[in-house]
Design a protein around this ligand. Structure first.
Ligand code: GAP
Length: 437
C-alpha cells in the first residue's frame, strides 16, 4: 500500500544527500547557507524539468523566442525596473541572540523563536540584490548587480529581440537562467535559496488582450503541473490581494503547492501591464512602442508573465513523488516521478555476473538511442530494485538465463511492480513508445 503522508522535509533532504541529488555548496568548508550544488541525479532531473517546461510553453498558438541573458546587469537596468527602490524585505534582529529574521516570517509581538527573549530592533527594509563592482581600478569601476529575476534581460533586450525575429504580438520570450537574492533567511532546503534558477516567460500582447491572456496562461500553467505528474489535489491557484502585489504587477495569481510546511507559492503568474517596457523606454530614452496593424496607432505591449523556480519545482516534484510502501516482506521508499522527469530512465541488470557480457551489449545498444540508463550487477535483484525505486527509475530490465534461449528480457515497472517479457529486438521500439512525450 502506498503512503505519501509520511513525507517530511528531513526525509527529502536526507534522500537528496544520500543518493547524490543535491549537496550543500562548499560542504567541505561547513557549507554556504542558501546555496546548493546538484549532483549527478539532480542535474539530470533539472535538465528534464527544463525540457518539459520548454516543451509545454512551445505548444501554444504564437511564437516563443528564447533568450539566454547575462547574469550581471548595470545599475541603470535595476533603476529602471524599480528593483533598487522596491526590491526589499522587512528585516528585524533579536538584540539578545543576534539572530536575524524576515519580519513577515515571525510575530515580533512574541518572543524570539531562537532564544525566547523579546528584545527586537526596529523593522528595517533590506534590499535583496547582490551588488558588485565591475573593473579593477576603483575610480573606473561601475556598480553592477546579479539579477534577482531573469525577466529584466528580456525587457531590456526587447528592441533587439523584436528587430531580429520576425514576430508580432502576441508572442512570448522565454528564458531559463540563474537569479540571485540575498534572502534574509534562506530556508526549507531548496524552497528559499540565495542562488537559484528561474524559468520565465514574458508574453507580449496588445493592451486590450491582457485579461484574456492572463486567464489563458493561468490555465495553461496549472495544466502543466498535472501533465508532469503533480497530484492535482495538492495544487491550487491563489489570487493575490492588492497589498501583496509586487511593485510591477496589476494582478497576480500564485500556483501553490501543499508542502508539509503549508500551501506555498510554486509559480507566479502576473499581469505586468506595460510597466517594464515603459520604465526602460524612459530610463534609456528609446522608443519601445509598436504600431498596431489595424488602428495604425502606437502602443507599448503589455506583458503576462509566468515565473517558476527550477529548484522549487524540483523540490515540489520530490515531495509529490515520495512514497513509503508496505510490501509483503518489507517497506520500500519509492519516488513515483513522472517518467519524463525521472533522472535515470532505466536500469539494466544481469541476473548473475556470468550474464554480464550479453547484458552489457544490450545496455550499450540502449544508450546509443539516447536513454540515460545504468548498468547494475551488484547485490541481489531485490536490492537493485530498491536502489532504483528510491531514485525514481521507471523501468528495470533483467537479463536472465532464459534470455539466451528465448532472446527476451523481463521489464519491471516501478509503480505497479508488474513484470513483462519483451523480445530483445523489440526493446528500442518499446522504449520509444513508452517515453515519447
Ligand atoms: N519575475 C518575477 C519573479 O521573479 P517571484 O515571485 O519573485 O517573481 C518567481 O519569483 C518564482 O521564482 C517563484 O515562484 C519561485 O518558484 C522562484 N523563486 C523566487 N525566489 C526564490 C528563492 N529565493 N529560492 C528559490 N526559488 C525562488
Amino acid at each position: 500500500m502506498s503512503d505519501t503522508s509520511r513525507v517530511t522535509l528531513e526525509k527529502i533532504t536526507a534522500l537528496c544527500k544520500r543518493r547524490g541529488f543535491v549537496y550543500q555548496s562548499a560542504d567541505l568548508y561547513g557549507g554556504l547557507n542558501g546555496v546548493y550544488d546538484f549532483g549527478h541525479l539532480g542535474s539530470l532531473m533539472k535538465n528534464n524539468i527544463r525540457q518539459q517546461w520548454k516543451h509545454a510553453i512551445t505548444q501554444v498558438d504564437g511564437d516563443i523566442i528564447f533568450l539566454d541573458g547575462a547574469i550581471l546587469g548595470p545599475q541603470a537596468v535595476w533603476q529602471a525596473s524599480g528593483h533598487i527602490k522596491n526590491f526589499h524585505d522587512p528585516m528585524v534582529d533579536c538584540t539578545s541572540c543576534k539572530k536575524r529574521f524576515r519580519a513577515d516570517d515571525i510575530n515580533i509581538k512574541k518572543a524570539c523563536p531562537h532564544c525566547g527573549n523579546t528584545a527586537w530592533t526596529d523593522v528595517r527594509e533590506f534590499n535583496l540584490m547582490f551588488q558588485t563592482q565591475l573593473g579593477a581600478a576603483s575610480n573606473h569601476s561601475s556598480t553592477a548587480y546579479l539579477r534577482p529575476e531573469t525577466a529584466q534581460t528580456i525587457f531590456s533586450n526587447f528592441k533587439n529581440i523584436f528587430s531580429t525575429n520576425r514576430v508580432k504580438v502576441p508572442f512570448g520570450v522565454a528564458q531559463i537562467g540563474k537569479a540571485f537574492r540575498n534572502e534574509i533567511t534562506p530556508k526549507q532546503f531548496l524552497f528559499r535559496m540565495r542562488e537559484f534558477e528561474q524559468m520565465e516567460l514574458e508574453w507580449f500582447c496588445k493592451p486590450n488582450q491582457s485579461d484574456k491572456y492572463f486567464e489563458f496562461w493561468k490555465q495553461e500553467r496549472f495544466n502543466f503541473y498535472t501533465k508532469i505528474g503533480v497530484n492535482p489535489e495538492k495544487i491550487r491557484l491563489r489570487p493575490h490581494a492588492q497589498n501583496e502585489l509586487a511593485h510591477y504587477s496589476t494582478q497576480c495569481v500564485d500556483v501553490e503547492y501543499q508542502f508539509p510546511f503549508g500551501w506555498k507559492e510554486l509559480e507566479g503568474i502576473a499581469d505586468r501591464g506595460n510597466y517594464d517596457l515603459t520604465q526602460h523606454a524612459q530610463e534609456a530614452n528609446k522608443d519601445l512602442s509598436q504600431i498596431d496593424d489595424e488602428t495604425k496607432e502606437r502602443f507599448i505591449p503589455h506583458v503576462i508573465e509566468s515565473s517558476v523556480g527550477v529548484d522549487r519545482l524540483f523540490l515540489t516534484l520530490l515531495f509529490d513523488a515520495y512514497c513509503e510502501e508496505q510490501l509483503e516482506k518489507d517497506t520500500r521508499v519509492v519516488l513515483k516521478l513522472h517518467k519524463n522527469i525521472a533522472p535515470i530512465k532505466l536500469a539494466i541488470f544481469p541476473l548473475s555476473k556470468q550474464l554480464a557480457e550479453p547484458t552489457k551489449q544490450l545496455f550499450n545498444e540502449i544508450k546509443k538511442h539516447g536513454y540515460i540508463c545504468t548498468f547494475d550487477q551488484t547485490g541481489s535483484i531485490g536490492k537493485r530494485y530498491r536502489r532504483n525505486d528510491e531514485i525514481g527509475t521507471p523501468l528495470c530490465i533483467t537479463y536472465d538465463f532464459e534470455s539466451q534461449d528465448d532472446q527476451c528480457v523481463t521489464i519491471r515497472h516501478r509503480d505497479t511492480l508488474q513484470q513483462e517479457r519483451i523480445a530483445i529486438d523489440q526493446i528500442i521500439t518499446y522504449l520509444y513508445n513508452y517515453f515519447s512525450l
